[in-house]
Design a protein around this ligand. Structure first.
Ligand SMILES: Nc1ncnc2c1ncn2[C@@H]1O[C@H](COP(=O)(O)OP(=O)(O)OP(=O)(O)O)[C@@H](O)[C@H]1O
Ligand SMILES: [Mg+2]
Length: 354
């Protein structure tokens, strides 16, 4: 049985629909993530789960008990859900220990033990008597996490918890938070704009667009098997090339024939697939391999140094441009022609937009 189920929920602020027919489920101990552009409804979904908003349609269920629906709304404090926000919101006049223990109902000795345990879990042992202003931003965010974990919530909701931190710190802290959630067996839903963060932390990621989840899947599948054109565009980089279907297992693009290991399965947005039909084929930068021995030549028109790799933009004979990720010891100049070949594992095809 799932810990959390959102079953076709919708929500509107006044007559402005914000969440539409959205479903997902999360198992015990699993970390989910909502990823999407600003204003697509991520925070509203968390507020619906926490109980600060009531869905206009559908249901929010915890262990199959309905806690939120148009005619049944369990108040937030009865849901046993913890929350961590972007701005930490620590109480400045309370010590770190006071902040962590704030929501505990246990008697003082028990609460004291729980606070010490949590200080250890978040790597702040011995710092309980300090005040929030004496800690760094990353340490304050770990205190906010400890405070949310203190009452042993079934589920933790994290709304862009790292966005106030610099890039290096947010990468480190996001992995630490993943470890802490896994170590304590706490299920969580994290909201972020940052794809790398989502991929590093989450077991399942939902790509949100205009109030809907377009795909709820593993990071690997989102990148390699995007269900919609929007997901293909939003996740990672890539270009679309026209392909001609040769048979149900082969499609041909300018760079050669792609032989998919599985029957060429057009995604839900494509009902085509007959011989000769034209499709848009997604090519990721890792699908195009630089190889000096390859017959096909392409001209370097742009390059971005990424440390271990260059991301090359290459122009094919037809004028169409593709991207290629190449180990950075292959340092080719703009205007130079280099050999390329395909190394495609999954063929991702969409019906061409008329
Ligand atoms: N309390 C509110 N009253 C009216 N409209 C709201 C309210 N809260 C959010 N909205 C609107 O609902 C839409 C979704 O907002 P939401 O905060 O859920 O987006 P988000 O995906 O979390 O965005 P961001 O990434 O910027 O935090 C936006 O158009 C926003 O303006
Ligand atoms: Mg938000």
């Amino acid at each position: 049985m799932s810990l959390l189920t959102l079953d076709c929920i919708s929500h509107a602020y006044g007559n402005h629909p914000v969440v539409r027919d959205l479903s997902l489920s999360l198992a015990d101990g699993e970390i989910g993530c909502l990823l999407g552009a600003s204003g697509c409804g991520k925070t509203t979904v968390l507020r619906l789960i926490a109980g600060f908003e009531t869905p206009t349609q559908g249901s929010v269920r915890l262990r199959d008990v309905t806690v939120g629906s148009p005619d049944r709304q369990v108040p937030p404090e009865k849901r046993n859900i913890g929350m961590v926000f972007q701005d930490y919101a620590l109480f400045p006049h309370l010590t770190i220990a006071g902040n962590i223990g704030f929501g505990l109902r246990e008697k003082s000795a028990l609460a004291g033990r729980r606070v010490d345990e949590l200080l250890g879990i978040v790597g702040l042992s011995g710092q309980g008597e300090k005040y929030p202003h004496e800690l760094s931003g990353g340490q304050q965010q770990r205190v906010a996490l400890a405070r949310a974990l203190a009452p042993r919530p079934h589920l933790l909701l994290l709304d862009e918890p790292f966005s106030n931190l610099d890039v290096e710190l947010r990468e480190r802290l996001s992995l630490e938070v993943r470890d802490i959630l896994k170590q304590t067996g706490t299920a969580a839903i994290l909201v972020t704009h940052d794809q790398h963060e989502a991929f590093a932390v989450a077991d399942q990621v939902g790509i949100m667009h205009a109030g809907r989840i377009e795909q709820w899947d593993t990071p690997y599948n989102l990148y390699h098997r995007p269900a919609t054109r929007h997901v293909a565009d939003f996740v990672g980089q890539g270009v679309f090339l026209t392909g001609q279907v040769i048979d149900r297992q082969t499609v041909e693009i300018e760079l050669g024939a792609l032989d998919s290991k599985l029957p060429l399965e057009c995604t839900s947005s494509c009902l085509a697939c007959g011989k000769g039909c034209a499709l848009d084929i997604l090519l990721r930068p890792d699908d195009v391999v630089h190889d000096d021995a390859a017959q096909t030549q392409a001209e370097v028109v742009a390059k971005t140094f990424r440390g271990a790799e260059f991301l090359y933009t290459l122009r094919l004979d037809s004028g169409i441009q593709v991207l290629s990720l190449v180990p950075s010891h292959h340092n080719h100049a703009i205007g130079e022609k280099i050999g390329i070949r395909l190394d495609v594992d999954h063929v991702v095809a969409f019906r061409q937009i008329a």
